[in-house]
Design a protein around this ligand. Structure first.
Ligand SMILES: [Zn+2]
Length: 127
């Protein structure tokens, strides 16, 4: 399905400059009749990229998010330039991990709160 395995012949995508950092990135049409700026010369293994950020190139040159889960271990993908752009904030790549961090933060706050019952540091003196 993807065209990445078709050898050295690879359509040179149109390039555009990133509006934030000014570097060149590949401007590629998506299946949704939109455009996405992809990081040039960068095709990491799909399983090393968070699921919603794996773009694969189709035979017609357009790209779409690679939805196969779990990903083929040898599948390569492309990533959006904004993930690699030094002038843009990094989006939330691992939302479940962010939720866990927030929840752990709340747990820390609860432990600091004097109103909430504290877990006993030592066994109560019953003697
Ligand atoms: Zn940029």
């Amino acid at each position: 399905m993807g065209a990445l395995g078709e050898g050295p012949r690879r359509l040179r995508d149109r390039q555009s400059r990133c509006l934030y950092c000014g570097l060149l990135a590949d401007r590629v049409a998506t299946l949704d009749y939109d455009w996405v700026l992809l990081e040039p010369e960068m095709e990491p293994l799909a399983h090393t990229v968070p699921a919603e950020h794996r773009w694969i190139v189709l035979s017609d040159g357009r790209v779409t998010v690679y939805g196969v889960c779990p990903p083929d271990p040898f599948q390569r993908c492309r990533i959006e330039h904004r993930l690699a752009c030094s002038a843009q904030p990094l989006p939330d790549l691992w939302p479940w991990l962010t939720s866990l961090r927030v929840e752990n933060g709340r747990q820390v706050e609860r432990q600091k709160d004097p109103e909430s019952p504290q877990p006993p540091e030592t066994l109560p003196d019953t003697g």
